[in-house]
Ligand binder design. Structure first.
Ligand SMILES: Nc1ncnc2c1ncn2[C@@H]1O[C@H](COP(=O)(O)OP(=O)(O)OP(=O)(O)O)[C@@H](O)[C@H]1O
Ligand SMILES: [Mg+2]
Length: 398
């Protein structure tokens, strides 16, 4: 967090540390091409949000990015960065102010990692000391050891190079980051790690980001909003991940997000987003009659047994209460439990694996939070309608 702020205080940038971006009826037709690569594209990205452009190969994602930093010029319409048309800016200047992580990384092979990261600061004429400090800061920010600054790109793994690409794009604290399939060439495990890392980083630096992918799962994970493009650069839908999964605008979007969109939606919410079922409890040593009465009051057929420290230790079917005081031996041990951070999708798997029995949810301190049932999970899947929906809860969380 400090790194970005410091850089901004020192930097000669024309923009604040994150700026809104707007596409206004943008069209692009390449010379000698009979159809547009982008057709009448309009959407806006609020400052500090990640907008994911997703769609099949050739639908114009890279073109859309290159229109923003004027590596290619638009045919009609306008693109506004911080309310100002990019067509009014000198392309070279604009490019220094927009971080760009290109498809296939694109580090300079004959420059060290530090030199690669320092590309834009050097163009901006920063002093050596300041550049060096920034490089050190950025290496730390993207979790690379500072010694790595002296190596060459070929001496790094794909994932490490990818991080350098991100560090280089962030160097001059740009108000906008364009990331074109930044994790496209990485194996699934490292890809997930880089995604998580980037989301953590973004929580600190809060840049406006346009992120391109053709992987819908990556889009759902990374995006505050998703723009789905179809062939010819036509916008099929622009929505939050939850809206997109709950209400795909048409068949193209529905096919693109996949038949399992209900399950995908469940990954967007965690158990702390829903109200859990209350379950009656009994302590070890409680009289059977008290326990039975407590269960009857809630119309429950089982109790959760707690030890002296209020920690759940088992589940006791009411039918097993035989006049003897409540004992841990009569209870079924807790084979699987969830926490408030468990996603609804993982909770669903656990419930189904336990033959649809409601799942015990624990607080961070190990105390009982409640139960989650199949019915609760499927209720959360009903289309979002404002308060109480997974998306509303996720929005509040962010
Ligand atoms: N310089 C160019 N000249 C002419 N046509 C181009 C040029 N660059 C791209 N195109 C065409 O514009 C369309 C969009 O290309 P673009 O690279 O934006 O697609 P993309 O969505 O990024 O695809 P991918 O997922 O494969 O990276 C394609 O039909 C492509 O052939
Ligand atoms: Mg592309």
């Amino acid at each position: 967090m400090n790194s970005a702020n410091t850089a901004q205080a020192e930097g000669p940038n024309a923009y604040p540390s994150a700026a809104p971006l707007e596409f206004r009826n943008v069209s692009k037709r390449y010379p000698r091409s009979d159809r547009p690569a982008i057709a009448d594209l309009s959407f806006s990205v609020p400052a500090g949000e990640i907008c994911v452009l997703v769609g099949p190969s050739g639908c114009g994602k890279t073109t859309a990015m290159r229109l923003v930093n004027r590596m290619t010029d638009l045919t009609s319409g306008d693109i506004l960065l911080d309310g100002e048309s990019v067509t009014q800016r000198k392309p070279a200047e604009l490019r220094r102010e927009i971080g760009y992580v290109i498809q296939q990384i694109g580090l300079f092979p004959h420059q060290t990692i530090a030199q690669n990261i320092a590309t834009v600061p050097k163009l901006l004429g920063w002093e050596k000391d300041r550049t060096q400090r920034r490089v050190t800061e950025l290496l730390e920010l993207v979790s690379l050891p500072s010694e790595m600054g002296d190596r060459y790109p070929a001496e790094l793994s794909g994932g490490q190079r990818q991080r350098v690409g991100v560090a280089r794009a962030l160097a001059a604290d740009p108000p906008l980051m364009l990331m074109d399939e930044p994790f496209g060439a990485i194996d699934p495990i490292n890809r997930e790690r880089l995604q998580n890392e980037f989301l953590r980083l973004q929580a600190e630096i809060r840049k406006t980001v346009v992120f391109v992918t053709h992987d819908i799962d990556e889009a759902i994970k990374m995006g505050d909003r998703i723009a789905i493009l179809r062939e010819g650069g036509v916008l099929a839908q622009y929505a939050t991940p939850d809206e997109l999964l709950a209400r795909p605008a048409d068949d193209f979007v529905a096919r693109f997000v996949g038949a399992d969109r209900g399950l995908k939606r469940l990954t967007l919410s965690q158990l702390h987003d829903i109200v859990l079922l209350d379950v009656p409890t009994a302590h070890v040593g409680d009289a059977a009659s008290d326990a039975r009465e407590r269960a009857a009051q809630r119309d429950a057929d089982e109790l959760v047994v707690l030890d002296g420290g209020e920690q759940p230790i088992g589940r006791l079917p009411v039918a097993r209460l035989n006049g003897q005081p409540v004992s841990a031996d009569d209870a079924d041990p807790l084979t699987s439990t969830a926490s408030r951070e468990t996603s609804l999708r993982d909770a669903l798997s656990l419930v189904v694996a336990d033959r649809n029995r409601p799942l015990v949810v624990l607080e961070a301190d190990g105390r009982l939070a409640g139960l989650v049932s199949l019915e609760l999970i499927s209720a959360a899947l009903r289309p979002a309608d404002g308060a109480g929906s997974p998306e509303a809860a996720r929005g509040a969380q962010r």
